[in-house]
Design a protein around this ligand. Structure first.
Ligand code: ASP
Length: 343
């Protein structure tokens, strides 16, 4: 049977075309995709498309966007073998992380891709990104199971686990990296899958479930030398704040300043959840490695291990939406839900 793929066009650079007269970049009519990328006809797949209205620069992504996208995938889940989400690169790692936690019992690929140059431009990276994403979304094994039943980002020949990925280059075609987890597939002459790195369901055939309740009573507190008390107090003092991502140094260390540690301790004892995420791109939090990490653990800070900030943010706001009691939120956060950290 022919594979059926749904392309969901949300916006971003990929869907732009240069107007030959004004030279300005304009979104193109997505119904004309096969005209713009005639190579798609060679696949022999059924390829449908759905366009967001309005299409957005991914800087405009918000919680409502995540919910619309997850709901759309849920509504179309049984009709398609895989989904390709065309998305701006700026916040793609946030959206892919969010979707990975929102979609439960996923058995089909949801592949985010985009481009650094519009698809209508001669040197575009968009065509290869789109064509390979479709191929990856349609790939099945002999039993008819998807080879990569995960939320992924495909960019510049590499398929990454979405919730492990960060945008790290604003200009280069290789815009994304996944420093703490292997690429799931390398696309060259052959597609080389790293089967051991891909998450597979323990039992196939379960229906997709989605989580759509978010609570954004969260904040990020990034440490830096010269941190001032007013800045820390203004963040930790936000009314109704339930969780903070503390972006620390190295293996999860913080300056050993009395007022900082005391404030953290005080706020945690009042019910604030504080998660330690390293500012480094690679490696993990280990609050037992240095005295400057141990003071955080003693204050009640929770390790985020090697999670990305994008993943930690989306995971915690979904858990806060789902659970009322802090003890439940913390218990779930510590679980490796979708391969988001190595623990
Ligand atoms: N600003 C654009 C966006 O994220 C950049 C891109 O698509 O690469 O929507």
């Amino acid at each position: 049977m022919k594979s059926k793929i749904l392309i969901i066009y949300t916006g971003g650079t990929i869907g732009m075309k240069q107007d030959p007269e004004t030279l300005l970049l304009k979104p193109f009519n997505f119904k004309q995709i096969t005209e713009e990328v005639p190579e798609l006809k060679k696949f022999g797949y059924t390829i449908d498309s759905y366009s967001f209205n309005p299409i957005i620069d991914s800087s405009d992504v918000d919680l409502h966007f995540f919910i619309t996208l997850a709901t759309l995938i849920k509504e179309n889940y049984d009709k398609y073998d895989g989904f390709v989400v065309l998305h701006g690169t700026d916040t793609m790692a946030y959206s892919a992380s969010a979707l990975s936690f929102m979609l439960d019992d996923l058995e089909k690929p949801v592949i985010f891709t985009g481009s650094q140059l519009p698809i209508g431009m001669l040197r575009t990276d968009g065509k290869e990104n789109l064509i390979s994403s479709i191929e990856l979304a349609a790939a099945k094994d002999d039993l008819g199971h998807s080879i990569v039943p995960e939320v992924c980002i495909y960019f510049e020949s590499q398929l990454y686990r979405g919730n492990r990925t960060r945008k790290y280059n604003a200009e280069n075609f290789r815009a994304f990296r996944s420093d703490n987890y292997p690429v799931l597939a390398d696309v060259g002459i052959h597609i080389k899958y790293d089967y051991a790195a891909i998450n597979y369901p323990t039992k196939w055939g379960k229906p997709l479930r989605i989580h759509t309740k978010f609570d954004n009573s969260i904040a990020i507190l990034k440490l830096f030398p010269g941190l001032n008390k007013d800045y820390v107090d203004s963040i930790l003092g936000i009314k109704g704040l339930r969780a903070v991502i503390l972006e620390t140094y190295g293996t999860g260390n913080a300056p050993n300043i009395d007022w900082l540690i005391n404030t953290l301790h005080q706020r945690i004892s009042e019910g604030l959840i504080v998660i330690n995420v390293t500012q480094c791109y690679a490696g993990s939090v280990d609050m037992k490695a240095y005295a400057n990490g141990a003071i955080l653990e003693e204050a009640g800070v929770i390790s985020g291990y090697d999670i990305t900030t994008e993943s930690a943010l989306t995971k915690i706001s979904l858990l806060l939406g789902e659970y009322h009691r802090n003890s439940d939120v913390i218990k779930e956060f510590k679980k490796n839900l979708k391969g988001e950290f190595s623990k």
